[in-house]
Design a protein around this ligand. Structure first.
Ligand code: ADP
Length: 486
């Protein structure tokens, strides 16, 4: 793909348009820090224009009265187009985000296609119920679209995150204004264009790149937006919730995490080491559900730390387009600085750096670091409490089941958790007592469009994925009473 083929304008009402101010922002390839594109910067006026287009599409007979089977076909067609353009989209994603190409092409893209197909299947199954009530009445409910949904997404899984929100929102008959992260707007723009090519009416999906404090904040404040579906950091989630209160928007928040990956001594330890390694190093650790706290039972602790360090050593840092690369480029220089500041904090607070912790370059360029393992981490240390969002594991010992559960829950977050044991009773007890929206038993990082994903505590509320969660999030219920005593 040549630079001139990269889409850099705003996608509003089925057309490429320049931003009202004419200003642009630079998007860099984190593997080289070279300029990838100058993208039109959406601001208040542009958000207003996109919301106008989404409102008009919502009211149009073409979308409002569409036969649900046709809505389903449109989503399926969009999935087909994503599949046909998967090489291009994966290349764009890797160049924009820095993740290894095999992750974009073999993991992200197939999951995005599957996501659109799953929600294509939902589109003609959005229905209410008939409810027995007292008196001579027929009572039934309608599941109606919420309206215009503002989707705000982060930079770690740009296309999958867009799909997680856009697919169910459209399946339920809403229209969307999507604001991708300023670091990674490119695949979202292409998605907007493909939706129109699939046959979605103009204005049903609009894509406006821009900065959080301007474009994102404006979307949250705009009175023409009925709901905000947000994925991002916990501090920004709090701002979004406060700002959305003014117009009482329906808000859903999928936020940060400090997820525990708990290994009992009776586990298949080889599998647990592999699971702990993917849990924290997959996606450069820029994963909200990353298993960043690896809790290991004392009797297995020492050997486990050694084995995890050996796996960290195998996480080859390299050009994200190379097949052998396992750890791509950290998304930006700023993010790399942040992650490295946590490495320094770990050292100065007295944790033992057993592997990695180095900032490196590839061919003299880019934002790279080595896979990092800290041992002898105390639960109170910064690296055990704060979300790092990088390939840094904090390995913490525990004594028994009670201690494991207490330590697992010793966090403001509650996004996900893993547990490794051959004792089924222990596994279920952990699954019941851990405060997390997802629990993986003898596995980690499993996702499926059919299974809800989201947080407890300060990891947010509401869920992405899954039929029931989508119905809650992207529809509103109308109760209809009909007198039948006539
Ligand atoms: P991250 O740490 O992943 O960058 P952020 O929460 O900062 O997470 O960003 C996630 C998304 O939220 C991005 O699209 C960003 O532009 C947007 N965002 C940031 N600040 C705000 C804000 N004040 N209002 C709305 N959206 C915002």
């Amino acid at each position: 793909m040549t630079e001139s083929e990269i889409r850099t304008k705003l996608w509003i009402a089925g057309e490429w348009v320049d931003s009202a101010s004419g200003s642009t922002f630079a998007v860099h390839n984190p593997a080289t820090n070279e300029l990838l594109a100058e993208v039109q910067e959406g601001r208040s006026e542009d958000i207003d224009r996109a919301v106008g287009a989404a409102r008009a599409a919502l009211a149009s007979a073409e979308w409002r009265d569409i036969n649900p089977h046709d809505r389903s076909r449109l989503l399926w067609k969009l999935a087909d187009l994503i599949e046909e353009n998967a090489d291009e989209l994966a290349t764009l994603e890797t160049r924009d985000n820095g993740k290894p190409y095999f992750e974009s092409r073999r993991v992200d893209l197939p999951s995005v296609v599957e996501n659109f197909r799953y929600f294509a299947g939902m589109a003609d199954k959005v229905h209410g119920s008939t409810i027995p009530v007292a008196g001579p009445f027929l009572n039934y409910t309608l599941r109606e679209p919420v309206g215009v949904v503002g989707c705000i997404i982060p930079w770690n899984f740009p296309l999958p995150q867009a799909a997680w929100k856009v697919a169910p929102a459209l399946a339920c008959g809403n229209t969307v204004v999507l604001k991708p992260a300023e670091q990674t707007p490119l695949t979202a723009l292409r998605l907007g264009e493909l939706a129109t090519e699939a046959g979605f009416p103009a204005g049903v999906l609009n894509v406006v790149p821009g900065f959080g404090e301007t474009a994102g904040a404006e979307l949250v404040r705009h009175p023409g937006v009925d709901a905000i579906a947000f994925t991002g950091s916990t501090p920004v989630g709090k701002i979004v919730m406060r700002e959305a209160a003014e117009t009482l928007k329906k808000v859903s928040l999928e936020l940060g995490g400090k997820s525990p990956n708990v290994v009992f001594a009776d586990a298949d330890l080889k599998a647990a080491v592999r699971g702990a390694s993917t849990g924290i190093f997959y996606g450069k650790g820029e994963v909200c559900a990353a298993g960043s706290r690896v809790l290991v039972e004392r009797s297995a602790y020492e050997g486990f730390v050694e084995a995890l360090a050996a796996r960290a050593e195998q996480m080859t840092v390299g050009d994200p387009m190379e097949k052998t690369t396992r750890l791509g480029a950290i998304v930006s220089e700023e993010q790399l600085d942040r992650v490295m500041s946590y490495v320094e904090a770990g050292k100065s607070e007295g944790a033992k750096l057993v592997k990695g912790g180095d900032r490196v370059t590839v061919d003299g360029k880019g934002n790279f670091m080595t896979a990092t393992v800290f041992a002898d981490v105390d639960a109170g240390m910064k690296i055990a409490q704060e979300e790092i969002f990088g390939p840094v594991a904090a390995v913490i010992p525990f004594e028994d089941v009670d201690d494991a559960i207490a330590k697992a829950n010793d966090t403001i977050y509650g996004l996900a958790a893993g547990v490794w044991t051959r004792d089924i009773g222990k596994a279920h007890r952990f699954a019941h007592e851990v405060q997390a929206g997802t629990v993986w038993v003898n596995t980690y990082n499993q996702y499926d469009s059919a299974s809800p994903f989201g947080g407890y505590k300060q990891s947010g509320f509401s869920r992405d994925l899954g039929y029931g969660a989508a119905l809650d999030k992207y529809t509103q219920t109308k109760s209809v009473w009909v007198a039948v005593d006539g």
